[in-house]
Design a protein around this ligand. Structure first.
Ligand SMILES: [Zn+2]
Length: 237
């Protein structure tokens, strides 16, 4: 039993170490995801600006089509004007032409505004793309660092898992079952030390008669308060 208790205590230490490595690995993977999210966000912003530019480009094309139509109207009206006989008709066509010219001025102004907006967006996209490139390089470096850490952790976990396999070989199924259940219920800690009359798991005082069994180390003793498996380090070493 003494050896089994020793194995149980070692198993607990290995499992806590694996838990720690697993949680470190989880943090690193979350870090890696956050980096990817940052990249995705930057790319989305650029895509949104491109869409904006496309809409403005379409609006500009529509304005240019209107401008061309107005220019055609003027050309038509001017050639028509040459054949006009009456003063009244001549004035009506002149009015049409000046209306069209006014419209052309407005269209040209609006087209200019679209051109300015497109230039502004193009400059912003260029800036964002160069920022993105820099970010991509940084993220690649950071991801490589994260991956190296994850690899090291996984190697550590693999070693511990192998040691664990060896350690549990000598432990009876009933003890393992109890151990696993306690790990689930007690946030990963199933085996604790009894020290100076107290359970190191829940810090409650242990009844003196319990110590006799602990000293003998010939049975699995559990804390009456938190039900964790108790060991006395000097007794098992
Ligand atoms: Zn306890």
């Amino acid at each position: 039993m003494r050896n089994k208790l020793k194995s149980l205590y070692e198993l607990q230490e290995i499992d806590l170490r694996i838990d720690g490595l697993d949680s470190e690995k989880g943090q690193l993977l979350a870090e890696s995801q956050a980096l990817e999210a940052k990249l995705a966000e930057a790319r989305e912003k650029i895509a949104a600006r491109r869409e904006e530019a496309e809409v403005i480009g379409d609006e500009k094309a529509a304005l240019e089509a209107s401008l061309a139509a107005e220019n055609d109207n003027i050309t038509r009206s001017e050639s028509h004007q040459k054949e006009i006989k009456t003063q009244k008709e001549y004035q009506a066509v002149s009015k049409e032409i000046s209306g069209a010219k006014k419209m052309i001025g407005e269209l040209e102004e609006q087209i200019l505004q679209k051109i300015n907006a497109l230039e502004e967006i193009a400059a912003d996209i260029a800036k964002k793309e160069s920022d993105l490139q820099e970010l991509e390089e940084n993220v690649a470096t950071q991801q490589a660092e994260v991956q190296a850490k994850v690899d090291a952790l996984e190697a550590g976990i693999a070693t511990d898992v192998a040691t664990r396999e060896e350690t549990i070989k000598g432990l009876p199924a009933s003890v393992m079952k109890r151990y696993d259940r306690l790990r689930d219920q007690r946030r990963g800690v199933a085996v604790v030390e009894a020290k100076e009359g107290n359970c190191m798991g829940c810090n409650m005082h242990l009844p003196p008669q319990l110590y006799n069994t602990l000293f003998r180390a010939d049975d699995v003793v559990t804390c009456p308060h938190c039900q964790r498996i108790l060991i006395m380090k000097q007794e098992i070493e």
